[in-house]
Design a protein around this ligand. Structure first.
Ligand SMILES: [Zn+2]
Length: 279
């Protein structure tokens, strides 16, 4: 947590006045330098001493590192993200992505019946027509996070300015309905890269990941889904679920019962992490 705070306290963000745009600023430069030097050593020193395929191997290694750094928020390679709470207390947080969606109301009913609070990382374009659901999320004590406006397939190919505009558009949707400005941001598809890291830092969002991926978008068997989550429970866990999935709504009552019977308390993730959900 300390490293995370220090990182955000650094006021190294600069505005490129000439085009009013963003630069790839405040990057974890030491990490980049080590990565760059290692790549140069591999290609310039190691590869020439190997057979012809040495160059391919020596390029594949750093490229693989970059690829896995992009799909693993918890590596904190491009930006520090919160993926769990450092606690020994038996608390866990439920998070739902991609709503407001078809099963959000059903999930809210279950949470209400079980007196449990969760966090919903909503998609801006899903809010139109579901304003009452968004209001209900807030009124019933859950938090709303930013999961981009478009959740576009090519989102990760965009530049930081376009990403930032999309994220701000989502904030405005939430603001228009609830009056709140979200601070928590979960990257679409859980993918991070230098452009998104810049956009996140620029608007001072807190990037939120998870340490229990339920795979509720793929798993078809209810029992398998529940045991996968329960088997990974640890103090401070953040569980990734989707309120767009029927199976998630269907297993939630049983899941909550099992979490509780394992001695865990369900708390809202911003409270568990001791951070602000809104500006
Ligand atoms: Zn998503």
């Amino acid at each position: 947590m300390k490293i995370f705070k220090d990182f955000y306290n650094e006021e190294k963000m600069e505005k490129n006045k000439s085009d009013g745009g963003l630069r790839f600023v405040n990057a974890p430069r030491l990490k980049y330098r080590v990565f760059f030097i290692t790549t140069v050593v591999l290609v310039a020193v190691v590869a020439p001493r190997l057979p012809w395929y040495g160059y391919i191997v020596c390029l594949l290694i750093p490229l693989s590192v970059l690829f896995f750094a992009c799909i693993n928020l918890s590596w904190n390679f491009f930006i520090p993200a919160l993926c769990k709470a450092n606690t020994t207390e038996k608390v866990v947080a439920l998070s739902f992505d991609d709503g407001p969606a078809l099963f959000t109301e059903n999930i809210l009913d279950t949470l209400k019946q079980n007196d449990a609070q969760a966090s919903f990382f909503c998609i801006g374009k899903n809010i139109a027509g579901k304003e009452q659901t968004l209001l209900r999320i807030n009124n019933e004590g859950h938090s709303i996070g930013n999961h981009s406006y478009s959740h576009a397939f090519w989102f990760d190919m965009w530049g930081p300015q376009r990403m930032m505009a999309d994220m701000r558009k989502m904030d405005n949707e939430v603001k228009a309905v609830t009056g709140l400005k979200p601070l928590l941001f979960r990257p679409p598809y859980g993918v991070i890269n230098p452009a998104l890291a810049s956009a996140i830092k620029w608007d001072k969002y807190t990037p939120i990941g998870w340490n229990i991926r339920s795979f509720d978008t793929r798993i078809k068997d209810k029992q398998k889904l529940t045991s996968r989550i329960i088997g990974q429970l640890k103090p401070g866990s953040i569980i990734l679920l989707h309120d767009s999935m029927e199976i998630t709504a269907a297993v939630l009552p049983e899941l909550i019962t099992m979490i509780k019977s394992n001695g865990y308390k369900i708390v809202r993730l911003d409270k568990m992490l001791n951070i602000n959900a809104y500006a």
